[in-house]
Design a protein around this ligand. Structure first.
Ligand code: PGA
Length: 248
């Protein structure tokens, strides 16, 4: 794992965007799975500026939704697909035929989950996964315990995720109880994983992610076994151990 430490959130967003630009410039038809949540929004905004300035060509990019809340329609303000449409697809000019959804309003969830995994398999896996870090170590909504080979599926949110997601929607009561998430299997098979971690409240889970035992109880700990993970953390999120041993 490569750990880059930024002074603050702005720097983290700029450096992560730079890595994204380099990856997509090398392979313009990259298949990329993108998180919502607060942390990657700064990076997406930097990328929007580059795209609008004509400095990044997105005409061949294929994007995948990472996760969503089950039972939420697209026009519900809590739809994570809607969030991705507003923050990425529209500003980047990505048409719907280059976006693979995880439909939050699906009734046959087994079918849509297997179709998603099949779509990822057909294109040969993700080139890049842009992920945030849940306070319980979830990646997407792979809530603990999550096996490294867990498929794309429906998952009940843990109390920790209900609590941390409450800040998006005003209260815990507003947070849907179930989610649909890209599985650990397809995420860990991504050729390059970019993990963005910001703020003091992530310090303890970043410590477990980097230095704790590899365990289903901390899904992000499986990143220790992946050959190509880049973590961008700001100083506030940096555990003491990482400050001593960090690579940059
Ligand atoms: P955040 O969410 O980026 O809003 O902190 C991360 C997550 O819970 O996966």
């Amino acid at each position: 794992m490569h750990l880059y430490v930024a002074n603050d959130y702005q720097e983290l967003s700029r450096r992560a965007a730079q890595l994204f630009i380099e990856a997509v410039s090398r392979k313009p038809d990259s298949a990329v799975v993108l998180a919502t949540g607060d942390t990657p929004m700064g990076m997406y905004r930097v990328l929007t500026e580059h795209i609008r300035a004509g400095k990044l060509d997105t005409s061949q990019l294929l994007l995948f939704q990472l996760d969503g809340y089950l039972g939420v329609s697209l026009d519900d303000p809590r739809s994570l697909e809607g969030w991705l449409v507003r923050s990425v697809l529209k500003p980047w000019g990505i048409p719907s035929d280059r976006f693979v959804r995880l439909p939050e309003d699906a009734t046959d969830t087994d079918l849509v989950c297997s179709q998603y995994d099949e779509a990822v398999r057909r294109i040969g896996g993700f080139d890049l996964a842009v992920l945030g870090l849940g306070p319980n170590g979830h990646l997407g909504f792979n809530e603990p315990p999550a096996a490294a080979d867990a498929p794309t599926r429906v998952v009940s949110l843990t109390p920790e995720s209900l609590k941390s997601n409450a800040r998006y929607w005003g209260s815990q009561e507003q947070v849907p109880r179930r989610s649909i998430t890209a599985g650990m299997d397809v995420l860990l098979q991504a050729r390059h994983i970019l993990l963005l971690v910001s703020g003091e409240r992530k310090r303890e889970i970043l410590r477990k992610t980097l230095f704790g035992p590899v365990t289903e109880q901390v899904p992000s700990s499986f990143l220790q076994l992946h050959p190509n993970v880049t973590i961008f953390a700001d100083r506030a999120a940096l555990p003491d151990e990482a400050a001593l041993s960090r690579s940059s």
